[in-house]
Design a protein around this ligand. Sequence first.
Ligand SMILES: NC(=O)c1ccc[n+]([C@@H]2O[C@H](COP(=O)([O-])OP(=O)(O)OC[C@H]3O[C@@H](n4cnc5c(N)ncnc54)[C@H](O)[C@@H]3O)[C@@H](O)[C@H]2O)c1
Ligand SMILES: O=P(O)(O)OC[C@H](O)CO
Length: 393
Amino acid sequence: MAAVDRLHQTSSHLTGSALSRSSSGTALKLSVHPFKVTVIGSGNWGTTIAKVIAENTCLNPQLFVKDVQMWVFEEKVDGKKLTEIINTKHENVKYLPGITLPGNLVANPDLIDSVRGADIIVFNIPHQFLPRIVKQLKGHVQPSVRAISCLKGFEVGPNGVQLLSAYITQELGMECGALSGANLAPEVAKENWSETTVAYQLPSDFRGEGKDVDHKLLKALFHRPYFHVNVIEDVAGVSIAGALKNVVALGCGFVEGLGWGNNAAAAIQRVGLGEIIKFGQVFFPESKVETYYKESAGVADLITTCSGGRNVRVGKYMATSGKNALDSEKELLNGQSAQGIITCKEVHEWLSSCKKTNEFPLFEAVYQIVYNGVPMVRLPDMIEELGCIAEEK
Ligand SMILES: NC(=O)c1ccc[n+]([C@@H]2O[C@H](COP(=O)([O-])OP(=O)(O)OC[C@H]3O[C@@H](n4cnc5c(N)ncnc54)[C@H](O)[C@@H]3O)[C@@H](O)[C@H]2O)c1
Ligand SMILES: O=P(O)(O)OC[C@H](O)CO
C-alpha cells in the first residue's frame, strides 16, 4: 500500500507532524509513514543511483523504508542469475563491477513485485526499453505514486517529440521529474565528488509537506556528501540537455578518432551547446536558458560526457575502427548502451517531420554519419552548409 493510502487510512489517529533533519542536513517535516522507493533498472547508472538511494534510505529511516527494491532485467552471468549474485555478493558484477552495494539494496527480477507498495519510482533504464516497461506497469501502479526519470532520450510518436518524464506521466498518470548531471557512473559509484540536478514540479494534487514528494524530500533521497544535489523546477531543460549532449558526444568522438585534437572537439561542443539551447527554445519554450549554463545538467554534463562518456568512446571507436555504431557499441560496452545512437535518430525523425533539419546542422550531420554512412571528414562542411541553407531561408 502506498504511503499516501496508508496515510489516509490512519489519519484519524494522527497527532500532528514533527520536524526532523535528513542526512543532507535539510529540515523536514516527518512523514506519517516512511516513503518506499523502487529503482527500475540496474545498468551502469541504474545500479549507481540505486546505491546512492539505498545509502540515504538507511540513514533516514524516519523518511524512507530502509530496503530499496531494484528491478533487474534478469540474465545469467557465468551460469548464475544476476539477481542472486547481487543479493548474495552485493555487487553487480556485469554492469558495475568492483563496487560494493549496500545490503539494503534488493535485486528483484519481477517488475510488478518490485513496484508493489512503492511511493517513489526512479526510472533508470536505457530509454529504448521504456515503452515495454510502461506497458507492463499499467494497472499495477497508482497515479498517486511519484517518479523521477534518470533516462536520457526522447519519445517521438503521434504526440510529436515528448520528454520521457511527460511520457511516463501520460502513460501511468504519475507526476514525474528528472535527474541529470555531470555524472559518469563509474566516478559516482567510486564516491568521487560530483554534482547533479534534480528537476521536479509539484503536481496540482500535491498532498502537503511530509505527506508527498517535494524538493526537500528529493534532496534527502539523492544528496550524498560525494553527490551534491540542486533541486529546481525546470524538468524540460534538464531533460533536453541530458538527451542531446549524447548526440554532441558522438560528434566529439568522431573528430577525436580522426585525430583532429582538442580545438576540433571544442568546436563541436560549442556548436552542440547552441543547438541544445535552440532545441529547447523552439520545441519546449517552458525550458529555461539558464539551466543550460548554471546547472550540472547543462554545460557541465556536456563537458564530462564529451570527455569520458560512452558516446564519445563509441564515436571515437567508429572513427578509428571503421565499424558502424551498433557494432562499436556492442564491442566496447559489454551490454551497456550509448544512448546518442538512438537519440540522434529520434531527433532526425522529429526535425524531418517539421522540416527543420537544416536548423540543427550538427545533430543532422551526426545522424547522417551514423545511419547513412556519410564520411566523418565531411562534418565541418556539413555544419557550415546546412547552417547556411537555414540562414538563407
Ligand atoms: N552510465 C552513466 O554514466 C549514466 C549517467 C547518467 C545517466 N545515464 C542514463 O541512465 C539510463 C540508464 O543507463 P544505464 O547506464 O543504467 O544502463 P546501461 O547502459 O548500463 O544498460 C544496461 C542495462 O540495460 C538492461 N537491459 C538490457 N536489455 C533490456 C531489456 N530488453 N529490457 C530492459 N532492460 C534491459 C540491462 O539489464 C542493464 O540493466 C540511460 O538513459 C543513460 O543515458 C547513464
Ligand atoms: O556515458 P554516457 O555517454 O552515457 O554519459 C553518461 C552521463 O550521462 C554523464 O553524465
